[in-house]
Design a protein around this ligand. Structure first.
Ligand SMILES: CCCCCCC[C@H](O)CC(=O)SCCNC(=O)CCNC(=O)[C@H](O)C(C)(C)COP(=O)([O-])OP(=O)([O-])OC[C@H]1O[C@@H](n2cnc3c(N)ncnc32)[C@H](O)[C@@H]1OP(=O)([O-])[O-]
Ligand SMILES: NC(=O)c1ccc[n+]([C@@H]2O[C@H](COP(=O)([O-])OP(=O)(O)OC[C@H]3O[C@@H](n4cnc5c(N)ncnc54)[C@H](O)[C@@H]3O)[C@@H](O)[C@H]2O)c1
Length: 279
């Protein structure tokens, strides 16, 4: 199967057998993606523990989940807003948080990892979790660009290890990929990088390029808006990793402008500034 849609995942999760098999889910990493994945897993009736490195980060993740649920509820209960709050509280009740991954995974059926896009860091995490988690627990990574087999090599559960590539924003995007090779990013990364190069060569302002792609190609966001939305650090991790593996491929050549912004700590929407300033 080349890819699975979120509808497919939902129908799977609502099937009695799978629901019985996967009840407790641990999400590691409470950033942009992990918080969204926790929200979707909790919304489909799973008991979720969200793990990150500090209580402060987890507080921010919980706040993000609540405001995303408010947006969902506002639409879902437009006719009957009084039911919206109960809907939100029912989902939030399914989510708890922790900074201790090794103890949490002792009672979990599925681990979905959404931490920094770095092979060694992911391997170290899964290597440690492999010792702590029960035998039946399935491990999955939300990696954007790393081969799943490389991440899984730090564990002894290769037959219970997969890729679950969600898209940002998770509560809205209807695709989850499980294919080796990441179809979307193989097309998206060269496209976004070429937009930056076009701008670096002086052939268009970022605003003009964004408007052109929105009006001319019907994309909901232009490439610079999307880079800021994804996170420039994550984008750089992806590009650097692919460039290292395939240094002669011009599609993955690093961008000086992107590197400069990351070095300045301008990581996009999540830090308030990237290619654009964000409120
Ligand atoms: C160089 C390397 C780069 C590679 C990167 C690869 C990264 C990765 O591996 C792959 C990806 O994810 S690639 C990235 C793939 N992603 C893309 O390509 C995304 C492209 N962008 C889009 O699809 C649209 O712009 C959005 C759906 C984000 C927003 O929709 P919009 O119409 O433009 O603007 P709007 O008015 O704001 O929102 C309308 C309504 O949407 C709802 N809603 C939105 N966010 C929500 C949330 N977090 N929660 C809940 N609900 C949320 C909400 O109901 C809201 O109404 P409200 O009344 O305002 O509450
Ligand atoms: N941003 C996107 O649009 C997007 C889309 C699809 C997939 N991804 C992938 O998802 C993963 C996460 O991306 P993100 O955008 O959510 O990143 P992010 O920077 O927003 O969040 C990462 C979180 O992981 C936490 N973390 C780091 N190391 C940890 C550890 N050892 N244990 C627990 N928590 C740890 C960090 O504190 C941070 O809160 C990456 O692999 C990325 O490539 C990102």
């Amino acid at each position: 199967m080349a890819f699975v849609t979120r509808q497919f995942i939902r129908s799977l999760s609502s099937s009695a057998a799978l629901h019985a098999a996967i009840k407790h889910v641990t999400i590691i990493g409470g950033g942009l993606m992990g918080a969204g994945i926790a929200q979707v897993a909790a919304s489909t009736g799973h008991s979720v523990v969200l793990v990150d490195t500090s209580e402060d980060i987890l507080k921010k993740s919980a706040k993000g989940i609540e405001s995303s649920l408010k947006r969902v509820a506002k639409k879902k209960f437009a006719e009957k807003p009084e039911d919206g709050e109960a809907f939100i509280q029912k989902i939030l009740k399914n989510i708890s948080t922790s900074t201790d991954a090794a103890s949490v995974v002792q009672g979990t059926d599925l681990v979905v990892e959404a931490i920094v896009e770095n092979l060694k860091v992911k391997q170290d995490l899964f290597g440690a979790l492999d010792k702590a988690a029960p035998e039946h627990t399935i491990f999955a990574s939300n990696t954007s660009s790393l081969p799943i087999a490389d991440i899984a090599s730090s564990t002894a559960r290769l037959d219970r290890f997969g890729g679950l590539h969600f898209f940002n924003p998770v509560p809205m995007m209807k695709l989850v990929e499980d294919t080796p090779g990441f179809i979307v990013n193989r097309l998206l990364v060269p496209y976004m990088l070429e937009a930056v190069r076009l701008h670096e060569r002086g052939h268009g302002s970022k605003e003009d390029i964004d408007v052109a792609m929105k009006l001319g190609a019907g994309y909901p966001m232009g490439p610079f808006e999307l880079l800021d939305y994804v996170g420039l650090d994550t984008s750089k991790f992806i590009i650097d990793g692919w460039h290292e593996k395939d240094p002669d491929n011009p599609l993955f050549a690093p961008s000086p402008l992107l590197n400069k912004l990351v070095a300045e700590g301008k990581l996009g929407k999540k830090t308030g500034e990237g290619f654009y300033k964000h409120k």
